[in-house]
Design a protein around this ligand. Structure first.
Ligand code: CP3
Length: 348
């Protein structure tokens, strides 16, 4: 297939056209494994100071594109800007991850107004406009938000937990109160994503990092349903908006997730079983993934084999090459370069 210089292989895959060389980017591609990110981060002060500084947020978004020539840039922000806009106190403490005031009782939830201050998102929109004006036309720009379930797990617990027990307990004990949190995130996220599209994002990704801790009925109620409402809400205003879902750990629930949410692609984790994914998921939507981030840290033959496996498993269909989750801070840059070279040398 011939391609003009403004064609975007990433968008083409989402629109239904398999690419002989799969487009590639990495979840969490702007971050601490890059010395140039660490330098800007130091200059910015706190993590949220960086997120809300359009000039610096645009700069760190572009850093991995300049260094590696990825096919897509993802705007530098965080899923927790939505609770922040909803008036929750959100802090990032060095070495500890996010901290919020826990919203873990029906009383606290009843006292919440859940009215979003949409001005909070303006610096993110400005960063998107800056990035789009500097990106080459063949590089796609991704906007994102967290899925309501995953965002709610942080709002309820007030921090990350290994099993999301606080949110799961609240959802069992008081589903009505929990649904109030979910509804507020749904409504705010729809407007946030529409704002990102208006500011230049061409594709949206919805991160449901903690989807995999839910039993099937709860997965349907708290992961699929709210995500479906976001997809519908966005497409009601922007028909045909391209959306990628990432319900990490969804496993055999992925076909239901794809059917009901209406996403154009799903990002899959490294534990996914290839013949199942090809038959029940890739037959309907594009797949994104799914290299184990630890293979990327290991490097060498293990990395080569892991890259070849992803290509052998999925590059016969519509594939966006990516990791199965975010890149970790201790990943050597040379390994990222080696992965990209191997993917781009693929003859499919
Ligand atoms: O992908 C990108 O490069 C774009 C930026 C991006 C960040 N967070 C920046 C960030 C994206 C897409 C996210 C999404 C995000 N944030 C998710 C979903 C995806 C995933 O990886 O599971 C989640 C669960 C969060 C919440 C969050 N933010 C946590 C748990 C943490 C602490 C753990 C960690 O990775 O550091 C953050 C902080 C964060 N978000 C950092 C970055 C670059 C590190 C902060 C720093 O520089 O000190």
């Amino acid at each position: 297939m011939t391609r003009d210089s403004s064609a975007k292989p990433f968008i083409d895959v989402l629109s239904g056209q398999r690419q002989t060389v799969p487009p590639i980017w990495m979840m969490r591609q702007a971050g601490r494994y890059l010395p140039e990110y660490r330098a800007v981060r130091e200059k910015a002060g706190g993590f949220l100071d960086l997120v809300y500084n359009p000039e610096l947020a645009a700069e760190v978004t572009l850093q991995p594109i300049r260094r590696f020539g990825f096919d897509a840039a993802i705007i530098f922000s965080d899923i927790l800007v939505v609770p922040h806009a909803l008036g929750r106190d959100v802090r990032f403490e060095v070495g500890e991850g996010p901290r919020l005031d826990p919203l873990d009782t029906p009383e606290k939830i009843a006292a919440e107004k859940f009215s979003a201050n949409f001005a909070t998102f303006e610096p993110v929109y400005e960063a998107l406009r800056r990035v789009r004006s500097e990106l080459a036309p063949n590089v796609a720009l991704i906007g994102f938000c967290g899925a309501p379930w995953t965002v709610a797990t942080y709002m309820v617990a007030g921090h990350g937990t290994p099993d999301q027990a606080p949110a799961r307990l609240l959802a069992y004990r008081d589903p009505k109160a929990f649904a109030k949190i979910i509804d507020a995130i749904v409504e705010t996220s729809i407007r946030y994503l529409l704002g990102q599209l208006a500011a230049g994002a061409e594709v949206l990704q919805i991160f449901d990092t903690w989807a995999g801790v839910l039993p099937p009925a709860e997965f349907t109620r708290w992961s699929i349903e709210p995500t479906r409402r976001i997809v519908e809400g966005v497409r009601a205003k922007v028909p045909g908006a391209k959306i990628i879902g990432f319900p990490r750990g969804a496993g055999a629930m992925l076909p239901a997730y794809v059917t009901r949410t209406g996403v154009d692609a799903v990002s899959i984790d490294w534990a996914s079983e290839p013949s199942f994914m090809r038959e029940y998921v890739q037959s309907r939507v594009a797949l994104q993934g799914n290299l184990d981030p630890l293979a990327l840290i290991a490097g060498g033959d293990a990395l080569d084999k892991a890259v070849d496996d992803v290509l052998a498993n999925y590059a016969g269909g519509r594939l966006i090459f990516n990791l199965g989750h975010g890149i970790q801070p201790n990943t050597p840059i040379a390994h990222v370069e080696r992965m990209i070279a191997r993917v781009r040398a693929y003859k499919g």
